[in-house]
Design a protein around this ligand. Structure first.
Ligand code: 5AD
Ligand code: SF4
Length: 437
C-alpha cells in the first residue's frame, strides 16, 4: 500500500479533520511518520494569522527538494489556507498537486487521481450540510487515552477580525447518533477522555422530527455513557454560555471543570468593534456564575493585542479584566489583519507593530504571574489525574492532567498510561504542577 504523511497546523479542529482525512484515504494509503517514504504529503493549514500562512509557504519550499528526489510524490494542501487563497495558491506554489478546502475532503481520492498526471486540481466548495457525519476518524495520536470528537463545523459569528466564517463556512451540527457511535467506539478501544469540538460548541443544535438537542443535553448524554470517561469541550463563545450549560458542567463529576472562554479584549469599545456582541459586564457575570457553582473551575481565554484603534486605556482594560478573572491560562496574539474580513474593510490596522509587541509582552508577563499564582494555590491539594504519557525529561516520571486541564508530573511507581491516579501537588512552576513523593 502507498504511504501518506499528514502535517497539521493550527487549531484542534484541524487535528480532528486530519483524522477524518486519514479515514477517507484509508483504503488507498497507510499512514507513515517518515516523510521520506511518503507517496502523498498533505499539509492541513491555518489562516487565522499571517504568521501561520508564512510558515506554510516556507514549508512548501522545503518540500520542493523532496519532490525532485521522488518523482511520483504528490503534495496536497488542505484546510483554511486552501479556502482563503483558492486556485491562486496553485499558481504561486508549483509544488502543489492539488488543494482541498475544509468541506471537500470526500473528494480527495478523486483529486489525487486527477492530479497524478501533473495537472494541478482544486476543490474549495463550501457546504451547508457536510459534517463528515458517518466517517469514523483514524486516530493517529499514539497515546490512546484522549481523543477529539468533532460535533459541529463552521461559524456564524463573524467577529470582525476573523477569517474562519469565510474559510469554514456556515455553522452546522452533526447528528447525536453518529457522535454517540463514535464515543462508543472510543470507549471500546480503551479511550478515557473525549473533547467535543467545534468553533462554537455552545450553539450546537440538532433538530429532528420535532425533537431538539442542545449542547448541554448532548454533553450530559455523553457524560452518562461511562463514569470512567472524562468529557471536555472547546471552544465556547461567551454569548451562548447558558446557565443550563454551567449547571450541567457542575452536575457531572466526569465533565471537566475547565472552560475556555475567549474574552479577546477587556474594553467595551473594542468588543463592539470586534462584533463580539457582549459587554465586559456581561462577560464578568458569566464568570461569576461559573465560580459560584464551581469554585474550583479553571478558566482560560484568548486575547488579541493591538486591534484597530485600541488606545492605551483599552489595553489597560484588557490587563484589568485578566486580573479580575484570574485566568489559569491564556492564548495571546497580536492582531493580524486578514484580507476579506470586516475589520480589514472597515477599520485601519493603525497600531504600529512595535507597539502591538509591547502590549502583547505586557499581557504575556501578566498571564505568567496569574498562572503562577493559580499553580501556587494548588500546592498541597490532591487531584485525580488521567495519565497520558511518560515525561519528556525523565523515563521515571509520568504526566497527566487534572480536571482543570493542568499538567501534573509525578513518579512512575506502578502506574500505567490511561489509568486514573490521585496525586498531591508538592511544588510548581508557572506551567506545570509537580507531585513528588
Ligand atoms: N489576529 C489575531 N488573532 C486572531 N484570532 C482570530 N483571528 C485573529 C486575527 N486576525 C485569535 C482569536 C481567536 C483565536 C482562535 O485566534 O483570539 O479566539
Ligand atoms: Fe472566529 Fe469569532 Fe467564529 Fe471564533 S467565534 S471562529 S473568533 S468568528
Amino acid at each position: 500500500m502507498k504511504k501518506l504523511y499528514i502535517e497539521t497546523y493550527g487549531c484542534q479542529m484541524n487535528f480532528a479533520d486530519s483524522e477524518v482525512v486519514a479515514a477517507i484515504l484509508k483504503d488507498l494509503y497507510d499512514l507513515t511518520e517518515n516523510i521520506q517514504e511518503a507517496d502523498l504529503i498533505l499539509l492541513n493549514t491555518c489562516s487565522i494569522r499571517d504568521k501561520a500562512e508564512q510558515r506554510i509557504h516556507k514549508r512548501l519550499q522545503e518540500l520542493e527538494a523532496l519532490k525532485k528526489k521522488h518523482r511520483t510524490l504528490q503534495v496536497g494542501l488542505l484546510g483554511c489556507m486552501a479556502e482563503r487563497m483558492q486556485e491562486e495558491l496553485l499558481q504561486t506554489e508549483p509544488v502543489l498537486n492539488f488543494i482541498a478546502g475544509p468541506d471537500a475532503y470526500r473528494d480527495l481520492p478523486h483529486l489525487i487521481e486527477e492530479s497524478a498526471n501533473g495537472d494541478a486540481k482544486f476543490n474549495v466548495l463550501l457546504s451547508e450540510e457536510e459534517t463528515y457525519d458517518n466517517i469514523m476518524p483514524v486516530r493517529y495520536d499514539l497515546n490512546g487515552v484522549s481523543a477529539y470528537v468533532s460535533i459541529m463545523r463552521g461559524c456564524n459569528n463573524f467577529c470582525t477580525y476573523c477569517v474562519v466564517p469565510y474559510t469554514r463556512g456556515r455553522e452546522r451540527s452533526r447528528s447525536p447518533q453518529t457522535i454517540f457511535m463514535e464515543v462508543e467506539q472510543l470507549l471500546k478501544d480503551g479511550y478515557k477522555e473525549v473533547t467535543l469540538l467545534g468553533q462554537n460548541v455552545n450553539s450546537y443544535l440538532w433538530e429532528q422530527d420535532g425533537q431538539t438537542m442542545n449542547f448541554a443535553q448532548l454533553m450530559a448524554a455523553v457524560a452518562e455513557m461511562s463514569p470512567d470517561l472524562r468529557v471536555r469541550f472547546a471552544t465556547s463563545h461567551p454569548k451562548d454560555i447558558s446557565d443550563e450549560l454551567i449547571e450541567t458542567i457542575a452536575k457531572y463529576d466526569n465533565i471537566c471543570k475547565y472552560i475556555h472562554l475567549p474574552v479577546q479584549s477587556g474594553s467595551d469599545v473594542m468588543l463592539k468593534r470586534m462584533n463580539r456582541v457582549y459587554t465586559r459586564e456581561y462577560y464578568m457575570g458569566r464568570v461569576r456564575k461559573i465560580k459560584e457553582l464551581m469554585p474550583d473551575c479553571a478558566i482560560s481565554t484568548d486575547i488579541i493585542a493591538g486591534f484597530c484603534g485600541e488606545t492605551l486605556e483599552d489595553h489597560e482594560q484588557t490587563l484589568s479584566i485578566m486580573r479580575e478573572v484570574g485566568y489559569e491560562y491564556a492564548y495571546m496574539f497580536k492582531y493580524s489583519e486578514r484580507g476579506g474580513t470586516m475589520s480589514a474593510k472597515r477599520f485601519k490596522d493603525d497600531i504600529p507593530d512595535e507597539e502591538k509587541t509591547r502590549r502583547l509582552e505586557e499581557i504575556i508577563a501578566l498571564q505568567g504571574e496569574l498562572s503562577l499564582a493559580s499553580n501556587q494555590r494548588d500546592v498541597g491539594k490532591t487531584f485525580r489525574v488521567l495519565i497520558e504519557g511518560t515525561s519528556k525529561r525523565s523515563a521515571d516520571q509520568l504526566y497527566g492532567r487534572n480536571s482543570q486541564n493542568k499538567v501534573i508530573i509525578f513518579p512512575k511507581g506502578n502506574h500505567q498510561i490511561g489509568e486514573y491516579v490521585d496525586v498531591t501537588v508538592t511544588r510548581c512552576s508557572p506551567a506545570t504542577l509537580f507531585a513528588d513523593e
